[in-house]
Design a protein around this ligand. Structure first.
Ligand SMILES: [Zn+2]
Length: 517
């Protein structure tokens, strides 16, 4: 297939007029004549002026959880406890036969009476159903009595509260049980819903981060299967501490490593991110689930085996533990072996400037979420409330890139919505002006860097590379003539995705019927 009659954007090169795709790979780029000569006989598709770019990679998703939420009760715009309970009543009454009510997205900070709903309130509004309503950051949830009854022993765990708010271990156990309360078919459908949603935004590859506290190993298989059926490329990671059984599970599902959401700590919103000093607006310094020894053991085992290891780490104490673990394993095994293993850290929101060169030297990818800064950064937002002045150094994307840290973008969906260009825009419009980056840099973080994090060379449209590309509708006056990419000035509409190809397969097409033929 030859795409022509538009503009094909190549990273670090001038745009060209045509691209040929054959056997899942980019066969040639250049003028139409050059491409025809290099790939004779290709079916020609006229782009009618549209833009072609490498397709996006979302380096951090939870496809099943996102799909379940999409099919469940969306609480992102709830304005009070009463509003939440009213919506729960309507939702349950609409379909009283559902076994369990899943919802997500509430955030009590902006409510007139900022407090989570209580278990008694959920019992009443949920008409006695098992109810699970995750906070917006998905690191805590309120649950009903019927659900607690399905969680034997939860009362004895850290993070259990009799009023139904579960955090830390109690929340992890609850999440782990939800898979037994939802059907296999529902979880398969959920995975598909997310991957379709991603493909429609120009995303050709997602990194699915599974783990024992997030869902069963089978979820990773469900997402991989859904990816195979749709053509979207799925790279899996399994977030479990290294050991013979964990490696066996990783191999069983074809995961790239024991990385992802293996949690050193929790999240800022739930006050479970591990901090060096106390939270500004509440008691304590958060929760640290893995100590330095556990971090070192994990990284050593992964490095010795030559597979990616990694962690979820957000708070300054949590991130410092992960980086110190990397330093120690570097001393034991040498920088070359650590680099070769391709470790990655998720979120890395409160990282010390002095630790950035360590990540750069060891080739450790910072898998970050620009949407977190957009949602919760800024002087009066959640992060500033929770950690005060420390919020002013969070999510230093520009500093990371300047230090040579590989930075890959993701959404952590369902924590923030699946996104393509929105990831780029959020990084370009960082809440901290000193940490803003340019469109081309941000675009690279959302494309080629995601592939590299997984150990693949793709996302460049170089001949021979996998044909992951997206076709966009965008007003020509919104494009930057130097890069060929949209400028993304304030108020500019984001490009609309007309088609997405993953490994040369059309995984989304909307408005370009010739592509399907
Ligand atoms: Zn995650």
């Amino acid at each position: 297939m030859i795409l022509h009659g538009g503009t094909v954007v190549l990273p670090d090169r001038s745009p060209v007029a045509a691209v040929a795709v054959r056997d899942g790979r980019v066969a040639a780029v250049g003028t139409l004549e050059e491409v025809r000569a290099a790939d004779p006989g290709g079916r020609e598709v006229d782009l009618e002026g549209r833009l072609v770019t490498p397709a996006f990679v979302d380096a951090h998703v939870h496809a099943v959880q996102n799909g379940l939420v999409a099919a469940g009760l969306d609480l992102h715009d709830v304005t009070s406890v009463e509003d939440l309970l009213a919506r729960l009543r309507v939702y349950v009454d609409r379909d009283p036969g559902r076994g369990i009510v899943l919802g997500q997205g509430w955030d009590d900070r902006s409510w007139p009476d900022p407090r989570p709903p209580s278990r008694a309130e959920l019992d009443e509004a949920g008409r006695g159903h098992a109810v699970y309503l995750a906070r917006v950051d998905v690191h805590s949830a309120v649950v009903s009595t019927a659900l607690l009854n399905a969680l034997p022993g939860v009362e004895g765990l850290v993070g259990y509260r009799p009023d139904g708010l579960l955090t830390q271990d109690a929340h992890h156990v609850c999440r782990g049980r939800l898979d037994q309360l939802t059907t296999d078919a529902a979880r398969r459908t959920a995975a598909e819903v997310t991957l379709r949603e991603a493909a429609a935004l120009g995303v050709a590859e997602v990194h699915e981060l599974g783990g024992p506290h997030l869902g069963p190993l089978a979820d990773l298989t469900r997402v991989v299967d859904a990816g195979r059926a749709l053509g979207v490329r799925v790279v899996g990671y399994w977030g479990e501490s290294a050991g013979a059984e964990a490696f066996a599970r990783m191999t069983e599902v074809g995961a790239r490593g024991l990385a992802g959401d293996l949690c050193v700590d929790g999240a800022i919103g739930s006050r479970t991110a591990a901090l060096v000093d106390d939270y500004t607006d509440g008691p304590g310094r958060g929760a640290q689930y893995l100590d330095l020894d556990a971090v070192v053991d994990h990284l050593r085992a992964c490095t010795e085996r030559g597979v990616s290891g990694g962690f979820h780490c957000i708070g300054d104490a949590g991130v410092a533990t992960a980086v110190e673990g990397l330093r120690r394993v570097e001393r034991e095994l040498g920088a070359d072996r650590v680099r070769a293993a391709r470790h990655r850290l998720e979120h890395v929101e409160m990282v010390a400037a002095a630790d950035l060169p360590v990540l750069a030297r060891l080739g450790v990818t910072a898998s970050v979420q620009p949407g977190f800064d957009a949602a919760w950064g800024g002087p009066d937002e959640l992060y500033a409330q929770r950690v005060g002045d420390r919020a002013r150094t969070m999510n230093p994307f520009a500093s990371m890139l300047r230090s040579g840290v590989p930075v890959a973008f993701g959404t952590d969906t369902p924590v923030t919505a699946v996104a393509g260009w929105q990831m780029v825009r959020d990084a370009v419009d960082h809440r901290r002006p000193d940490e803003r980056i340019g469109v081309a840099e941000a675009f690279a973080c959302a494309t080629v860097a995601g592939h590299r994090a997984a150990g693949d060379e793709a996302g460049t449209l170089a001949p021979g590379s996998p044909a992951h590309l997206a076709v966009w509708e965008v007003e020509p006056e919104l494009l930057d003539p130097r890069t060929g990419l949209p400028r993304l000035d304030p108020g500019d509409a984001l490009p609309r995705c007309a088609a997405t190809l993953a490994d040369g397969t059309v995984v989304h097409a909307d408005g370009l019927p010739a592509l399907r033929g």
